[in-house]
Design a protein. Structure first.
Length: 290
């Protein structure tokens, strides 16, 4: 038994070392860095020590980036997960023909590079882009509209892009969860007289609860760290109205000419705490075990 235990630790050791070196040590270093001020090699301990954290309370741009990020999260995550669940339910139909083709079509956006799809959406919604051309030709718009130049429409486009990109990804998890549900459960419900909605709400959703919790945690985690869309689609504009927290961290680290790593590390640590807290809440809400 002791020999087997040693063998188990031996196989776990390489992965444990890599995770420690690549994840835990950088996290600890980031915490220490968040207590310093100055740029790059000229960093020194902050006075007072928690200066970078108190600075956030007065940083209006960071507060705006946080509001934007949570706005994307509150709107995009529920819509995306509901669509993913409904699509998984449709594509899990035993009588549906060409299921493989339809599943591939829904999942295909996930195979697109984050930068590429952001630039595609930027091109589509440009003032002289395809969307404007179509809307003008069919008479919905009289003249071309600057979608990316208006704060509200720019945010809507980011949300649409996120839903398009990640719905198929989450659908795969729901599809896997549905395929683990014994079909006899649905047959029994049908015999008992349950209609489609009752079957879905009373059987499918409860049995998919672990998958719902997992996809919700991953989606919240990803949205709080949203970066590519803000940078490549709108560049945080117009006038920083669509900037996200990760984009703001990047600007403080590399994008504004001054490597303010101390403040950027403090901002990163705040995101880490947000992700941990929201994940914990999701797990507690989703855990219905007796």
């Amino acid at each position: 038994m002791a020999k087997q235990r040693r063998a188990g630790w031996f196989y776990l050791l390489p992965g444990t070392l890599l995770i420690t070196i690549m994840s835990f040590i950088p996290i600890i270093n980031a915490v220490f860095t968040s207590l310093k001020t100055g740029s790059s090699a000229n960093m020194k301990w902050a006075e007072p020590l928690f200066y970078n954290y108190t600075r956030m309370l007065k940083d209006q741009l960071f507060q705006r980036s946080m509001v934007n990020t949570f706005l994307y999260l509150i709107i995009e995550v529920p819509i995306m997960l509901i669509l993913a669940m409904l699509l998984a339910q449709l594509l899990n139909n035993h009588d549906l023909r060409f299921k493989g083709f339809f599943r591939t079509c829904v999942f295909l956006p996930c195979a697109t590079s984050l930068v590429s799809y952001s630039l595609i959406f930027k091109s589509l919604f440009a003032t002289e882009g395809l969307v404007n051309t179509i809307l003008v030709k069919i008479g919905i718009l009289e003249t071309n509209y600057n979608f990316l130049g208006n704060p509200t429409s720019a945010k809507i486009i980011i949300i649409i892009a996120l839903i398009w990109r990640w719905t198929g990804y989450n659908m795969v998890f729901f599809l896997a969860g549905l395929q683990n549900i014994d079909y006899s459960v649905y047959e029994a419900a049908k015999i008992d007289g349950a209609n489609g909605w009752q079957t879905f709400w009373k059987i499918t959703v409860p049995l998919l609860r672990p998958t719902i919790v997992m996809t919700a945690i991953m989606s919240i985690n990803g949205t709080l760290q949203l970066f590519d869309e803000s940078v490549n689609l709108t560049n945080g504009g117009p006038a920083n109205s669509t900037i996200t927290m990760s984009h703001y961290i990047y600007n403080n680290s590399f994008g504004q000419g001054v490597a303010n790593f101390g403040y950027a590390s403090a901002l990163s640590f705040i995101i880490f705490v947000m992700v941990a807290v929201l994940s914990f809440i999701n797990m507690k809400v989703g855990d219905k075990r007796d």
